[in-house]
Write a protein that binds this ligand. Structure first.
Ligand code: ADP
Ligand code: MG
Length: 729
């Protein structure tokens, strides 16, 4: 019998939902309890230190050493009152996830004992020996020093007994080795570019913030079953498994009632999230069985991204307390929906206006249209770059699988906004407009209603959709760091806003009135980027053809898609706007190619091991039973009877033999392909070799294993089956 599998099922059957106690009845009573937020800063810092920190957060003013010392003292006092003994610089290297190295607060004291200490210098900067983080050749190991530096704009928080200080991670020579450093640069860039454009409409605007509201999809799998699936625990996805007779055909999981054990997990998770100041708002069942979603209220993009990175970590920890494992992989199961992370993105002003929300008068609506049209143009111009920010070995499964087509980037606007852009295109004439024409156009623009989310968008097939007050980038992978797409999107839009302002100002210089200049340039942009607009079914075959005829790009493999980071257009965009140097871009792209290779390499190794050491022996064992059975039949029946009775069984013995031989052969070929690919030094070429010569074996070998699963005795099958992983709870 398959002991591990059946023991796991037994464990699962006996599990009960855990009783969860919320920290307090009212969320507002404990929200942010573990965060060194403004109220706590006010309480624990001197007036001067508090002012300096707020100035740093709101206006980017740098903090000097003396102030840093004071902040460190206040932070330490607060942390120690909460049982904290250690601190860490918490950062986002270019791996999946975050990094931390804990140091105790202690130092030697004069009398031979120790004393708690935490100097401002330790708060502000550290030099972890971080030579093992991916850097794409930026740091040679003998010059491995990188350092982490305090990000004042994201508040420190406590996890367990550790004070976590959000930091950026840069090389000794100043190159960013993380996701946060460039994201912070981008928030400044878009702020300035958007404020300049807002000035056409409202002189009171002095700051524009980029916002992000992520929707995190995930699977929950029982811990015992997870442990019985080495592929899940080592690669995050099932490398084999025949489809369950029932999975998501009936759509009965989506928004269904939440299973009790899962409900307890969610309450516990939210409890922890609230203490960390993460504003969780929505929870529900997703489309696939055992798939769920969590979404917070949107926040400033850098903070929102820290919160997303943090919550992925918290989810993993909390899940284990409930006998679950969280799967953040984009495609844990073949044939059923994978997980994504919709990035809801908008810009808003310090005057309280969301720039993607239609206003109430012609002026505010013209501002709204200005931002929409410039965003369209940015997405149109940088479609290849945007694609490159969301591709990965794991997201590739989902993106190819009729779920979130990234291969072609298009923008959904909905009928109302589309109609308004079409109207602008015809109403703005090439000659100088008459006062009547202008008045009429302004009147029409003033009538854009509050956008009711267009019904046609309910199919959710657009990778980049306007949803009433924001754009939603839906191709982002569930385990991705949102910073990658957010850096590219905000840079592209900022760059476009800068161009827009230049062009409008140039027209104004020639004596054209401001409004008309804006109309003229908007019309020009609408015409230029018309092809990116598509409200139809993004999953259809026809769209692939139409997109091609429109000149939109369609790149379906990961190594090639990643090259867009290094196109002249992308380099120019990033370098000119001071977000990445060429060296940083090259380093980053190399890291991505390397990650792709390694993920496929690990999957190939795990599959080879499971196939040869788990599946083949099981198949042989069952086949031996069949052979014994056939021999027995021959002993007790006449030759005629035997022939008739054993025919089907003999066929099955042959079938099993064929699958076993194929598996053995393919595994050998896969190992050979890997050996060949490993000889390649260039990371870019190696990624292509892995993509073209190794990756196909994963499907080929799986095919035979899944066929065997259908015929081998259920009692013998060693790995938990899809129906168990997806429905046992
Ligand atoms: P849906 O599933 O319909 O897209 P959800 O409520 O699951 O909606 O998630 C929507 C996300 O979008 C939430 O995180 C929400 O806070 C965020 N959001 C709403 N308005 C904005 C906005 N103006 N800018 C950025 N994010 C927003
Ligand atoms: Mg959404």
């Amino acid at each position: 019998m398959a002991t591990v599998r059946f023991n796991a099922l037994n464990t699962l059957i006996n599990r009960e939902a855990k009783q969860v106690k919320r920290e307090a009845n009212l969320t507002s009573d404990y929200y942010g309890k573990l965060v060194f937020n403004r109220p706590k800063m006010k309480k624990y810092l001197s007036v001067d230190a508090f002012k300096a920190v707020i100035d740093a957060i709101d206006n980017g003013v740098t903090i000097d050493r003396k102030i840093a010392d004071q902040v460190a003292i206040g932070m330490k006092a607060w942390a120690m009152e909460n049982g904290v003994t250690h601190y860490t610089h918490w950062f986002h290297p270019l791996t999946d996830g975050t990094a931390e190295k804990h140091d105790a607060f202690i130092e030697h004291s004069d009398n031979g004992g120790v004393v708690e200490n935490f100097a401002g210098s330790l708060l502000a900067q550290q030099e972890p020996d971080a030579s093992s983080f991916p850097n794409g050749g930026i740091r040679d190991t003998f010059e491995a020093r990188g350092y982490t530096a305090w990000d004042v704009s994201s508040p420190a928080f406590i996890v367990g007994t550790t004070l976590c200080i959000p930091t950026i991670f840069i090389s000794y020579t100043g190159e960013a080795l993380d996701y946060k450093a460039p994201l912070l640069k981008v928030t400044n860039l878009i702020d300035k570019a958007a404020v300049d454009v807002c000035q056409y409409f409202d002189k009171n605007v002095s700051k524009v913030t980029a916002n992000l509201g992520w929707e995190q999809e995930y699977f929950l799998i029982d811990e015992a079953l997870y442990q019985a699936r080495p592929d899940l625990s080592l690669t995050g996805r099932t490398l084999m498994g025949h489809a369950s007779a029932k999975d998501q055909q009936l759509d009965d999981h989506y928004f269904g009632s939440i299973p009790e054990r899962v409900g307890a997990f969610m309450v516990d998770l939210e409890n922890e999230a609230y203490k960390l100041g993460i504003p969780c708002k929505t929870r529900h069942n997703e489309v696939a069985p055992n798939q769920f979603e969590l979404a917070p209220i949107y926040e400033e993009v850098n903070l929102a991204n820290d919160h997303n990175q943090l919550i992925m970590d918290v989810m993993k920890k909390v899940a284990r307390h409930h006998g679950f494992r969280v799967l953040l992989h984009e495609k844990p199961f073949k044939g059923i929906n994978g997980s994504g992370k919709h990035n809801n993105w908008s810009l808003s002003t310090d005057t309280g206006v969301v720039l993607y929300k239609p206003g109430k008068n012609p002026k505010s609506n013209l501002q709204f249209l200005t931002f929409v049209v410039n965003t369209l143009k940015a997405v149109f111009d940088h479609q290849d770059l945007l694609r490159s920010t969301i591709v990965s070995a794991s997201n590739a499964h989902r993106l190819g699988a009729n779920e979130a087509p990234p291969a072609i980037i298009s923008v959904f606007l909905g009928t109302e906004v589309s109609a308004m852009l079409d109207h602008l295109e015809t109403a703005v004439v090439d000659r100088k407009m008459t006062p009547d024409e202008k008045t009429a156009l302004k009147f029409d623009i003033g009538r854009i209603p509050e956008i009711i989310l267009d019904n046609t968008d309910r199919n959710r097939t657009s990778p980049f959709a306007f949803t009433g007050n924001r754009f939603e980038f839906r191709a982002v992978g569930s385990m991705a760091n949102c910073a990658a797409p957010m850096i590219a999107l905000n840079t592209a839009v900022a760059n476009q806003l800068i161009e827009f302002k230049k062009e409008v100002d140039a027209l104004i210089e020639t004596g054209i009135k401001k409004d008309e200049a804006i109309f003229q340039i908007l019309k020009k942009l609408i015409v230029e980027c018309k092809n990116i607009r598509f409200d139809g079914n993004g999953y259809s075959e026809e769209w692939v053809e139409e997109a091609l005829s429109r000149g939109l790009t369609n790149v379906t493999n990961v190594p090639d898609a990643l090259d867009a980071y290094l196109s002249e257009k992308s380099k120019d965009l990033f370098v000119r706007n001071g977000i990445f140097s060429e060296r940083e871009l090259e380093g980053r792209t190399e890291v991505e190619h390397e990650k792709f290779t390694k993920k496929i390499q690990i999957e190939a190794r795990v599959l080879g091991d499971l196939a040869i050491n788990h599946i083949v022996p099981t198949a042989i064992q069952y086949q031996t039973t069949l052979i014994e059975n056939v021999k027995g039949l021959r002993d007790i029946f006449s030759p005629e009877e035997f022939e008739e009775m054993s025919a089907a069984r003999k066929d099955l013995i042959k079938e099993i033999s064929c699958h076993i031989s194929s598996i053995k052969l393919k595994v050998k070929e896969m190992v050979d392909a890997r050996k060949e690919a490993n000889k390649i030094n260039n990371e870019r070429e190696k990624a292509t070799a892995y993509d073209e010569t190794v990756r196909p074996f994963l499907d080929e070998i799986r095919y035979h294993i899944d066929k065997l699963e259908l015929v081998v005795d259920n009692e013998l099958w060693p790995l938990p089956k899809y129906r168990e992983l997806l429905f046992a709870r």
